[in-house]
Design a protein around this ligand. Structure first.
Ligand code: GDP
Ligand code: IMO
Ligand code: MG
Length: 424
C-alpha cells in the first residue's frame, strides 16, 4: 500500500487537477488538505471541462471516496454550487464525498475583509483571489473561527455568529469606514447551507484512520504551490496555508508516516497570478505569446497569469521542503514553437550569486537570473502519447531538468485533455 501526495512546485496552477484525475484510478481515497475556494483545478475529458475549487479532483471516478479535510477553509455556498454543477451533469456525489466537521467555515465577512484589506494595501496588495482565505485562516489561528461542527448546532451557531459579526462590524465601520453586515441574514443563509451539507459532514479523522487500517490507498491533493506556502513561499505574497507536503498531516489528521511517495508538479515554464517577485518573468511579446498559447488565465478569477522561464533555483527549494521523490512536467506543448528555451540556474544580486531560494524579497525582486539555454524542438508534441515519439530535443529538455533538479521525471503532459499524457 503506497499513499501518494501530489504538490505544486511553483506558484500554483501547475496542472495538479489533471494529474490527480489521471492518478486517481490507482487509489481508493482522494483528499484535499489545505487551501479552499482559492484553488481552481481544471480537468478536461472528451472536450468537457470541469473546474474544482473545493471538491477533490478524483470525484469523476465514481468508485472512489473524496474527502475535504479539516485543513480546508470551507465555503458551503461554493461547495453546494459545485455539488449542484456535478449533479446537473449526472455525476453523483452521494456516499462518496465527505467534509470534515473540523474544517473552518468561510463567511461573507471573510470575503468582505479580504477585499477591504487588499484595497487598503494599495500598491502592495497581494492580489488575492478574494475568496476570504486569509481572513478565515486568521480567525482559525486567532481561535475566533467557526467550524463545520458548530454550524450544525443551530443555537450555539447563532450565539457565536452574533458575537463574531459584532466584532467584525466594529472593524468594518470604525476602521474601514464601510457598511456593517447583518448577522441575521448570514444566520438564515447559513442555516440553509447547514442542512444541505450535513449529509456530507463526518469525523474525517475516524474515516481516514479506518481507511488506513483497511489498507486503502490514499492520494493527497495539494492546492496552490510551494512558492505560495505561507512559510516557505515569497511571503507575504503567498496564500495563508502550507501548500507543501508538510500541510498533509495537520490538514487531514494522518501521521506523516502515512505519506509514502511525493510527486511534484511543475510546468515546463513558470507562471504566477497576483503580485510578488517572479525572477524569470518574461515581459513583452514573448510572455504574451506563452500566455495565449498556454491559456494562462486564472481558473478561479480569470486574471491573466504572468509567464516566465523554468526556475530551477525555486524548484529545488520546493523539492527540498516537500521531500519530493519524482517530478511530473506539464504544458510541454506550450513550448513547441520556442526556438530557444531558458532555464534559470542561479540568481545574481550585488555581485553575489544565489543557488538557494532567498527569503529576502529585495534579492528576489532585484536579482538577475543566470540562464542556461537549450534549443527548442519546434515540433507539435500535443499528439505524442509514447515517449519514443517525443522529439529528441524535447527529451533533451526533460533530461536537463532531471539533471538540474536531481529527480526523475515520470510523466510529461502535452495538452489539457486527460489522454494527453506521456509516461517516461
Ligand atoms: P491546477 O490548479 O494546478 O490544477 O491547474 P489549473 O487547472 O489552474 O491550470 C492548469 C491549466 O492548464 C488548465 O487550464 C488545464 O486545463 C491546462 N493544462 C494542464 N495540463 C496541460 C498541458 O500539458 N498542456 C496544456 N496546453 N494545458 C494544460
Ligand atoms: P491552485 O490550487 C494560483 C494566489 C493568489 C494570490 C495569493 C494569495 O489552483 O493552484 P489567496 O486568495 O490564497 O489569499 O491569494 O495566492 N493563489 C493562487 N494562484 N493557483 C492557486 O491555486 C492559487 N490560490 C491562491 O493569486 O497571489
Ligand atoms: Mg489552478
Amino acid at each position: 500500500m503506497t499513499n501518494t501526495c501530489v504538490v505544486g512546485l511553483q506558484w500554483g496552477d501547475e496542472g495538479k487537477g489533471k494529474i490527480i484525475d489521471i492518478l486517481a484510478k490507482d487509489y481508493d481515497i482522494i483528499v484535499r488538505y489545505q487551501g479552499g475556494g482559492n484553488a481552481g483545478h481544471t480537468l478536461i475529458i472528451d472536450d468537457e471541462k470541469f473546474i474544482f475549487h473545493l471538491i477533490p479532483s478524483g470525484i469523476l471516478h465514481p468508485d472512489k471516496k473524496c474527502v475535504i479535510g479539516n485543513g480546508i477553509v470551507f465555503d458551503p455556498r461554493l461547495f453546494l454550487d459545485e455539488v449542484a454543477g456535478l449533479s446537473k451533469r449526472n455525476i453523483s456525489v452521494n456516499g462518496n464525498l465527505f467534509v470534515s466537521d473540523r474544517a473552518h467555515v468561510v463567511f461573507p465577512y471573510h470575503k468582505k475583509l479580504d477585499l477591504l484589506i487588499e484595497k487598503q494595501k494599495g500598491n502592495s496588495m497581494i492580489g488575492t483571489t478574494g475568496r476570504g482565505i486569509g481572513p478565515c485562516y486568521t480567525d482559525k489561528v486567532a481561535r475566533d473561527g467557526i467550524r463545520v461542527a458548530e454550524l450544525l448546532h443551530k443555537e450555539h451557531f447563532k450565539e457565536k455568529l452574533k458575537k463574531t459579526v459584532e466584532e467584525k462590524n466594529r472593524l468594518f465601520v470604525d476602521l474601514y469606514k464601510d457598511e456593517p453586515v447583518s448577522w441575521e441574514e448570514i444566520y438564515e443563509e447559513y442555516c440553509v447551507y447547514a442542512e444541505k451539507i450535513s449529509p456530507f459532514v463526518c469525523d474525517t479523522v475516524d474515516l481516514m484512520a479506518k481507511a488506513i487500517d483497511d489498507n486503502k490507498k490514499i492520494l493527497f491533493e495539494g492546492a496552490q504551490g510551494a512558492l505560495l506556502d505561507v512559510d516557505f513561499g515569497t511571503y507575504p505574497y503567498t496564500t495563508s496555508s502550507n501548500a507543501s507536503a508538510g500541510g498533509v498531516s495537520p490538514g487531514i489528521g494522518v501521521s506523516p508516516k502515512q505519506i509514502h511517495d511525493i510527486i511534484g508538479i511543475t510546468k515546463a515554464y513558470a507562471t504566477r497570478v497576483g503580485s510578488g517577485p517572479f525572477p524569470t518573468e518574461i515581459d513583452g511579446e514573448q510572455g504574451e505569446h506563452i500566455r495565449k498559447k498556454g491559456g494562462e488565465f486564472g481558473s478561479t478569477t480569470g486574471r491573466p497569469r504572468r509567464c516566465g522561464w523554468f526556475d530551477a533555483v525555486a524548484i529545488r527549494h520546493s523539492v527540498r521542503i516537500s521531500g519530493v521523490d519524482s517530478l511530473i512536467v506539464t504544458k510541454l506543448d506550450v513550448l513547441d514553437d520556442q526556438e530557444t528555451i531558458r532555464i534559470c540556474t542561479g540568481y545574481k544580486n550585488d555581485k553575489k550569486v544565489y543557488h538557494n531560494f532567498p527569503a529576502d524579497l529585495d534579492v528576489l525582486e532585484n536579482c538577475e537570473p543566470i540562464y542556461e539555454e537549450v534549443s527548442g524542438w519546434m515540433e507539435d508534441t500535443s499528439n505524442v502519447r509514447d515517449v519514443k515519439d517525443l522529439p529528441g530535443k524535447a527529451m533533451d529538455y526533460i533530461r536537463t531538468i532531471e539533471e538540474i533538479i536531481g529527480l526523475k521525471v515520470k510523466m510529461v503532459s502535452v495538452g489539457p485533455e486527460r489522454l494527453q499524457i506521456v509516461s517516461i
